[in-house]
Write a protein that binds this ligand. Structure first.
Ligand code: SF4
Ligand code: SF4
Length: 163
């Protein structure tokens, strides 16, 4: 994800319309060639990348927990202040500015990771279904099972929340 200003003719909604017209832009462009609206439209809105992760100090591997970033809306799975998110959460990563080779930490379902690995979008992706809710209907989003960061007791062991 990355911050972008939407315009009337290049908004993610407009991009979805182009997709409905048969423009599968993600198949003819590499990630670095996407404009801002195309880039944003690729995000399926699952919210998985906004879950806290624990790093295994022995091998450096990352493991997802059910604990969500405090800025994540657990109903919509959207960031509650996306344009200004790094002001609230300084370690929030801007994928737009990160090298695609570094996307291995993202969930396997993530469109950015999949395209970076040469894989197609999954059939439930909103760009293919035309329905933003299809990510929830497919059971891919964190809706219904993520835990708000503020709801986790301060003395809780984060390992108890590992997925
Ligand atoms: S995991 Fe990928 S597709 Fe899902 S919300 Fe994060 S950036 Fe978007
Ligand atoms: S600030 Fe939190 S909720 Fe917003 S995009 Fe970053 S990790 Fe996700």
């Amino acid at each position: 994800m990355s911050t972008s200003a939407s315009t009337t003719d290049a908004s993610p909604a407009s991009v979805r319309h182009r997709r409905a017209s048969g423009d599968r832009f993600w198949e003819r462009k590499c990630l670095s060639e996407l404009n801002d609206a195309e880039w944003e439209a690729l995000c399926d809105g699952c919210g998985r990348c906004c879950l806290h992760k624990l790093e295994n100090e022995a091998d450096g591997s990352l493991h997802y927990t059910r604990i969500a970033c405090r800025l994540l809306d657990l109903g919509t799975c959207h960031c509650r202040d996306y344009p200004n998110r790094q002001r609230h959460v300084p370690d929030c990563i801007s994928l737009r500015e990160a090298p695609a080779e570094s996307f291995a930490w993202l969930p396997e379902t993530c469109a950015y990771r999949r395209l970076a690995e040469g894989k197609p979008l999954p059939g439930w992706h909103p760009l293919l279904t035309g329905d933003p809710a299809s990510v929830h209907l497919a059971g891919v989003s964190v809706a219904g099972w993520a835990v708000a960061e503020d709801a986790v007791p301060p003395d809780a062991d984060p390992e108890d929340y590992l997925i």
